[in-house]
Design a protein around this ligand. Sequence first.
Ligand code: SAM
Length: 453
Amino acid sequence: MPIPVLPEAFVESMQSQVGPSWNAFLTALASPSPVSIRYLPLKKKTSEENYEKVKWCSNGVYLPERPVFTLDPSFHAGAYYVQEASSMLIEAAVSQLVDLDAPLRVLDLAAAPGGKSTLLAGLIRPDSLLVANEVIRNRYQTLRYNLIKWGLPHAMTSNHDSREFGALEGWFDLVLLDAPCSGEGLFRKDPEAAREWSPDHVRFCASRQKRIFADAAGLVRPGGIILYSTCTYNAQENAGNVAWFCQEFGYDHLPLDFPGDWGILAQELGYQCFPHLVKGEGFFLAALRKQATSPAKTASLKPGRLPAWAPLAGKWIDLAKSCLETPEAFSFYADPDQTIRAVPKALEEDVLIAAQALKRTHWGVEIGQIKGKDLIPSPELALSTAISPAFPFVEAGKPTALRFLKKEQVEFPGTPNGWTLVRYQGLNLGWVKIMDRRTNNYYPKEWRILMEV
Ligand code: SAM
């Protein structure tokens, strides 16, 4: 593999950073990027145990080569997320920094496309809340889609700029800021990032990061944690910003314990993955604790009513409940369009608070929409880990599953009429409605596979 064309100023700065390892760094840039995925244990199949494990992530593995993920129906079922291995270090850090056996409020402030959100959602308990936020609207749709596939009802999403979180001041135990950056650590995977790089761009990124970092500072409770990460190497965006932040906002840098054979380089302020030392891309991570003596500014937040949503009442409630495996653990709401969502009771208060504070949010599990005499089940319900196992289903082989995912006509002769889940290797993909003369494919148009199969 050729080395990506590297800007001169980048070469100078990297040579001074890696010193005698410069040649090893260049050799790593000329080798193929490792391919890694992270499983969702709740949807995992036992046949996938034999891959090399990512040392710092319990469900992360390397694949021997890069398959065409789009053509694997279990990818669309949310069985795994394709994630660069160094980013999975978030798991090792979070496990050391917070008590994962306690209920937590966690915010992923800059979350799309959702790699680290899916990781965090799987780490925390089901009665902990994850708010995954993204400011750019089309990136927010991708974040939502990825979290819907992940199917965990304790993850909610919001579509806001970090500066619009003021109402949730002091509310979170843990905030991840995976900041937009100059992407130096991705040059091997994404040569375009190398073409866009310039010292001016680094300065621009560092200053934008400071703004988002400052927005994050107030959101953590005293004693709470901010994890700051980038996929770049330069000190301005990494240690420089961390030093500025700690001094400005009363945070302490926390040491993390990563075994030596992981190859992660401890720096004065933070930890760096280099591609010649780890099997992964470039990544920087720093853990910061808000001083416990910081004034607690938690606003007095009370769960009120959600403007558009009212508790579901009347004849639909029993049908809605029958859609979930443990309906007693959920509260059900409907909006004026008759869309029904279920929210875990353990999180209801927090979800109501966050949804009122943030306005543009999605939360809980969308059960479906009442249309006339029918409840049209939601694609989100099909992918949720909370779905009732009692729904009728058909098991599709790979060609049929792919036709379904392309939203083409599919037939399942001999299957009784009615709403039916299409499954692939035991994993739900979505809904068909089987009728006397035809079968309607309810896979969402915006999710369909566009690639030639
Ligand atoms: N954490 C993501 C993952 O692992 O998949 C990657 C996040 S990416 C490095 C940074 C994201 O922050 C981008 O999607 C960008 O649109 C978003 N962003 C930039 N400025 C923001 C802001 N002020 N508030 C919220 N999100 C922001």
